[in-house]
Design a protein around this ligand. Structure first.
Ligand code: MCN
Ligand code: CUM
Length: 796
């Protein structure tokens, strides 16, 4: 007699199973793009522009061609003869592959050399002589719209200025009415600085075109292989079935590996021309200076408040600096991503958002870096605004939030900007967080410390994040609807393989997808292998970003397992010689309802699918599921930080950080905690030390790890995580919500609010990130806001 299995023992839902991928990573046996060596492979290097804005007068590559070992020099002019000098972006703009007319940001791709080894290629790049005529550079949205501003995109027809779009969402008239009724209007203006995902592994590709088979295989660092396949088919005009994109192990993505980069395109063209594999591996400066930036937006807004603390309405305006090309990877309907997810956790009657996007002489980007399409900026503004409003009302931070939260019995809730949120226990999360930080006691300590000249502060931040695009009714990228997929093959011995259209970059899909199958079928997770990232074998999917994998691909895994279970039930009925209606399921086993001791395991059903199927049944135990989610999932979190600020130096130390995350059902609690800790580390980095900025000539400050700081274990404070609040997602098959970005989204405001709270009463309303000690000191001593990104300030 077989027994129901213990789910945790087989590595099912809720098991903190060790990450299976780590067994190769910690042994140094990962297989990253740069580890791949193909016979006859050549190497490509990119020559980048030293100037931010300049007309190209001439490019002389003759000396480069003469260097022994050089096989090909690509320039914009050559690309243009094949109609490849420009490529379409994911936001319906165009982007230069190799510059022809002008360079538009420092680090822009100007030429490529393909040679026997990367050193020869690099030397040959230096032998290329480019004559530039410098033009004035624009490095912020304010200057971009000045009447005498040079037009950056003079390559485009109907582009007389630097404005990309003006966009709005919400109810302007209703918001005006709310403001007319306000007792108090609270205002806030801030800048979310340009930052960079900066994964340890840079971007790269190996293109391998085989003339004999007409097949193009590209190994590349991409979070979304199928979208890349479609893009390559379009850009290079190759038949899609002859393109195979393989995304091997990825050394961190964080959004950096979503866009299509010129290096990919050039390596592909070079391989087609040379009929040899061409490898391009970006160096760290290339990665930091030219690839998918994040944020860089100026936000200002105001909140209409009733004296008793109720929020009546919100107005927001955003000026977004997109760099030289509008290449954001985001759902096409929304010009400024999901910035209007702001205030989704608060019950606000009316809201209106306007946004203006502009070009500048900076690398393109805007969305990437643990952002879910600008939710990072939305939540940062929201929680800074909420703190400012509570201060203006003289209300307690926590009480003000609790009063305005969407209540547990208000779901489904339509937000002021039109999203539908479906579940949450916001007040409970807040209470757990306040208890953990020792709220009342800290407030007392803070008052006493103040009296002795010590500055203590406590910052609260909450976040609710729309994760898991689609549904396909509303979300698409370049017209391709956003859904995802999973394929499950159960072999005859009961072992299995799962493939999805997502692509893990460190999140642990190889571990967690097997857990979902274990939960649905009772096959031990160790008997299931997970494979992603090869377009020839994986079912079509939109890839991994916006923490959409668990909400969409993970749901598809559960759904395909259920299809398999449905077939296995028929096999069980056949084996048990009863009708299907008389068969019951418990984890890993079907049994006869009237005689529970008579049963067959899922493994026995698997054998039967190949060796003993009933007459007329299609053999095999394999299936595919495409999943189009009915809605986004809406995780919620509360982050609370306490700090002490040294009034003499402006240095601040984190005393304690508490995180309460409700991401619904946790598949693997250990992996979820890892995601939260990583996100909090990035949040701390952004709030305290990280930024990429530009001088007035457009020189990028932050193109190396001396200027762009990544915190190590030494700088990073400890985090206390709480997991007791679990609100299952009502529409997800296993009740899970996304978690991959939550802490990076909600965390920064907690750190900044804590420092601002320590400075309360000094008249300083805002210090923009990063809160470097000199900026905090300046705010304290001069009692004024410190805004803009250092060292270029918007206020001088
Ligand atoms: N998970 C879980 N239970 C839940 C939710 C998630 O056990 N209720 C698990 C998942 O099964 C998965 C991991 O947590 O193994 C993250 O899941 P999910 O929230 O679905 O996010 P994605 O897998 O889609 O990952 C994307 C997200 C994004 S957009 C960025 S950016 C980011 C992030 O993940 N980049 C990362 N975390 C990262 N972590 C690492 N190590 N490396 C990156 O590049
Ligand atoms: Cu915007 S970073 Mo993640 O969504 O790949």
């Amino acid at each position: 007699m077989t027994q129901a299995l213990d789910e945790i023992k087989i590595g099912g839902l809720g098991a903190s199973r060790k990450r299976v991928e780590d067994s190769r990573f910690i042994r140094g046996r990962g297989n990253y793009t740069d580890d791949i060596v193909l016979p006859g492979m050549l190497h490509m290097e990119i020559l980048r522009s030293p100037l931010a804005h300049a007309r190209i007068k001439s490019i002389d590559a003759s000396r480069a061609w003469d260097i022994p070992g050089v096989h090909l020099v690509l320039t914009g002019e050559m690309m243009a003869t094949r109609n490849l000098a420009w490529m379409p972006t994911l936001s319906y703009d165009t982007q230069a592959v190799l510059a022809t007319d002008k360079v538009r940001f420092q680090g822009q791709e100007v030429a490529c050399v393909i040679a026997d080894d990367p050193y020869i290629a690099k030397d040959a790049c230096e032998a290329i002589v480019v004559e530039y005529e410098p033009l004035p550079a624009i490095v912020n949205p304010q200057d971009a719209v000045a009447p005498d501003a040079p037009v950056i995109r003079d390559d485009k027809e109907n582009q007389p200025d630097n404005i990309i779009y003006n966009w709005e969402v919400g109810d302007a008239a209703g918001t005006d009415r709310a403001f007319a009724q306000a007792d108090v209007i609270s205002k806030l203006q801030l800048h979310y600085p340009r930052s960079h995902p900066s994964p340890i592994e840079c971007c790269g590709s190996i293109a391998d075109f085989n003339r004999a088979t007409s097949k193009l295989t590209v190994y590349m660092t991409t979070q979304a292989p199928h979208i890349i396949r479609a893009a390559v088919a379009m850009v290079a005009e190759l038949p899609e079935h002859m393109i195979r994109i393989i995304s091997p192990d990825i050394g961190g993505g964080f959004g950096n590996k979503v866009p299509v980069y010129p290096g990919y395109v050039c390596s592909i063209l070079a391989s087609i021309l040379l009929e040899r594999p061409v490898k391009w591996i970006e160096d760290k400066t290339g990665n930091l200076i030219s690839t998918g930036f994040a944020r860089d937006i100026y936000l200002n807004g105001e909140m209409a408040l009733r004296r008793d603390g109720r929020i009546l309405g919100v107005r927001m305006h955003c000026d977004a600096d997109h760099g030289a090309f509008f290449s954001d990877a985001q759902p096409s309907k929304f010009k400024i991503g999901l910035l209007h997810s702001a205030f989704a956790a608060y019950d606000i009657p009316a809201a209106h958002l306007t946004a203006r996007g502009t070009y500048s002489n900076k690398a393109p980007g805007g969305v990437a870096y643990r952002c879910s399409f600008r939710v990072t900026e939305a939540m940062f503004f929201q929680e800074r605004m909420v703190q400012a409003a509570a201060d203006d009302l003289g209300m307690d931070q926590a009480a003000f939030r609790r009063m305005n939260f969407v209540r547990d019995d208000d779901f489904p809730h339509r937000t002021a900007f039109g999203f539908l949120t479906d579940s949450g226990q916001y007040a409970k999360c807040l209470d757990v967080g306040l208890r953990a930080i020792g709220y009342e006691e800290f407030r007392r300590e803070q008052t006493e410390a103040r009296a002795r000249g010590r500055l203590l502060g406590l910052g609260i931040s909450t976040m609710t994040e729309p994760l898991g695009a689609g549904n396909s009714r509303e979300y698409d990228i370049l017209g391709i609807k956003m859904f995802d997929s999973a394929e499950l093959k159960v072999h005859m011995t009961g072992k299995a393989i799962v493939r999805t259209g997502a692509r893990t970059q460190g999140q642990g899909h190889e571990t967690t997808w097997a857990q979902i199958v274990a939960h649905e079928l009772g096959i031990p997770a160790d008997d299931i292998v997970v494979e992603e990232g090869d377009t020839d074998t994986a079912p079509f999917g939109m890839g991994t970003y916006a923490s959409r994998s668990t909400p969409v691909a993970g749901a598809a895994v559960a759904m395909v397992a259920r299809k398999i279970r449905a077939k296995a039930r028929k096999l069980a009925a056949h084996l048990l010689e009863v009708s299907e209606e008389d068969v019951e399921w418990e984890l890993g086993r079907f049994y006869v309802r009237s005689a529970p001791s008579r049963g067959v395991t899922i493994q026995e059903c698997a054998v039967a699918a190949y060796a003993n199927m009933p007459d007329g049944m299609e053999p095999g135990l394999e299936n595919t599921a495409y999943y189009d989610p009915p809605n986004l999932t809406w995780p919620f979190a509360v982050y609370i930080v306490t700090v002490e600020v040294d009034p003499v130096t402006g240095v601040w130390d984190v005393l304690k950080t508490v995180a309460v995350d409700d991401c619904g059902v946790r598949i693997n609690p250990m992996i979820v905690e890892g995601q939260i800790m990583g996100g909090l580390t990035e949040a701390y980095a952004m709030s305290s030390m990280q930024f990429i900025t530009f001088d007035t000539e457009g020189n990028c400050v932050g193109s190396n790890y001396m200027d762009y700081l990544l915190p190590t274990a030494w700088e990073t404070p400890g985090f206390e995580l709480h997991s007791e609040v679990v609100t299952p997602c009502p529409h997800h098959p296993i009740g899970a919500k996304g978690i991959g970005e939550c802490a990076a989204v909600g965390g920064p405001a907690a750190f900044v609010n804590a420092v601002m709270d320590a400075l309360s009463g000094t008249g300083v309303r805002n210090i923009d990130m990063p809160l470097l000690p000199d900026r905090v000191w300046e705010a304290l001593t001069h009692r004024r806001d410190v805004s803009g990104a250092p060292p270029v300030r918007s206020d001088d």
